[in-house]
Design a protein around this ligand. Sequence first.
Ligand code: AMP
Ligand code: MG
Length: 404
Amino acid sequence: MLPIERGLEIVMSTAKAKQRADWMAAEAVDLLESIHRILREDVFCDADSPRFDKAVRDGFAVRFEDLTHVPAVLTVIAESRAGAGTDVRVERGQCCEIMTGAPVPAGANAVVMVEHTERPSATSVRVLKAPRENEGLLRRGAEARKGDKILGSGRRIGLADLGLLASTGKSKLLVSRKPRVAVVATGDELVEVDQEPQAGQIRNSNTYTICAQVKDAGAEPVILGIGRDNFDDLRSKIRQGLEHDILLVSGGVSMGKYDLVENVFAEFGVEVLFDKIAMKPGKPTVFGHRRNAYVFGLPGNPISTMVAFHMFVRPLILYLLKAEKTTPTVLEAKLEASAKCDPQRASLVPALVRFHSGQYWIRTAPWKGSSDLVGLARANALIMIPRRDGTLEAGESAQFLFME
Ligand code: AMP
Ligand code: MG
């Protein structure tokens, strides 16, 4: 059976070979719409940042040389407030009252916080604590210079980026177009969320988790509904699905008599590149492609579907979006209790991770297998247990992914 890494390599190399120039074109969006989109241009600072020597404290702009011995009394000669500076120059024995965000007047080289002063009179101030040179202020260009590249193409736009883009005057920017991802659930047993399951039926939950994962990865889900376990129904859903950038079909890919999805993929000429992965849960994961569409058959069990999406579909979406980082963030923790390995498959087990005295600690969460959403909902991570004999002992390191 194919190891996870090999499966991922196949997905990514297929995407590389298929990449067409017009794919995942860039589109201009308003700044407000750009959070978590993938930036498709380099962004340069439109001016020095800060634009002028700027106070970062409320207090008094001084010459630090005047304050080697404190307390010392200085003459207050002017005021500099945010939005309006002053033309005066601070000479020996003088200072200027100043507010956070205001320009530091010529001659001054430190700002003393108001908390470190007393006012004997309206025109004088007593400084109680000696400042260091450049304390309490930021020099022009200290953060970035005009023309510096501050964000690069491929960056997933985060919260700080949004503020940075605003401050450098980018009200519109180029981001990747969202791939359209068709989502099909399959199964005769499925009913919709607002319906009451009859004997032997269950509610369709995969459509919801998959759509959320699609959105979180930066793509646009298109719900095609539930396909029943017969050829006619599956053909009609899969035909529609193949018109999208990616088709995700959940369920119907295991060994059961009514698992017909792979047969229908074959009828439509989907080239299947793998249909089993040495992964637990998530073994019957199918990947293939046809013309301009990537196709996945995700295992029906709710946790298997989520894990398979996370390991294979998410990196593909991020690749199509031209994101600089496509793989999930893997962290390391110490095991609080032993965990059994499987010699056939790498396991991704719901776990509880916490940060304590400088490191992550992790233990498997109680769960009843790959359909147990109750167990998964109580966990906050997946431990990655390698494919091998034996056990990972308490105290050993293990890799994990956050899953929230
Ligand atoms: P299958 O791969 O179709 O045999 O499905 C495996 C298991 O996952 C079965 O117990 C199904 O009832 C369940 N399952 C399949 N699709 C869904 C879905 N959309 N939502 C919740 N459970 C599902
Ligand atoms: Mg089924």
